[in-house]
Design a binder for this molecule. Structure first.
Ligand SMILES: [Zn+2]
Length: 174
């Protein structure tokens, strides 16, 4: 018998999700079975079930990780534990993606991640700017028509605009 069959059997015989959770079953599997059986109108979905499931899943992660920060090892009553998403996607709530971290580790890593993203953006702007310089410098002076000159002027204007934007952007970043 699979775990899901066991859970479904227990739910059908009248056990509550909480009782199954206390018996050590994975809340994700309990949620799956409750939703399947309630859709089929075989059991009633308990009131406030989604909220319960969220709390049970959180508790189950903390329990799995022995109520200890999996980054720095902090634990105890004065340590506030949070759930960290390894891939930084808060919608990816798979057990394998969620891990217990203390508030400090979670905050510091979040800052570092945000910094990395800002830098990556700035770098991509920088490379676009370099590209713009390359485009504007390539002018054949020996054979330049008025039209070409106008094109170049446009290129320089947009380059200047990029430059000013970039300076503003960098200023904001400090
Ligand atoms: Zn920590």
């Amino acid at each position: 018998m699979t775990k899901r069959e066991e859970i479904e059997g227990a739910l059908l015989s009248g056990m509550t999700p909480q009782q199954l959770f206390d018996a050590g079953y994975n809340p994700g599997s309990i949620g799956f079975c409750v939703s399947r059986l309630s859709t089929a109108k075989l059991v009633k979905r308990p009131k406030g079930f989604i909220g319960w499931l969220g709390r049970a899943q959180r508790l189950s992660i903390l329990r799995r990780d022995s109520y200890t920060c999996q980054k720095c090892g902090a634990h105890g009553n004065d340590v506030e534990l949070q759930i960290h998403h390894k891939d930084h996607n808060k919608r990816n709530n798979r057990r394998s993606n969620r891990i217990a971290w203390c508030k400090r580790c979670n905050f510091e890593e979040g800052q570092e991640y945000a910094r990395g993203r800002v830098l990556a953006k700035a770098e991509s702007r920088e490379s676009k700017r370099k590209e713009a310089i390359g485009n504007t410098v390539q002018v054949d002076r020996s054979n330049t028509s008025l039209q070409d000159l106008q094109k170049t002027a446009k290129g320089v204007t947009s380059f200047m605009k990029d430059l000013v934007d970039g300076m503003k952007y960098t200023g904001l970043d400090t």
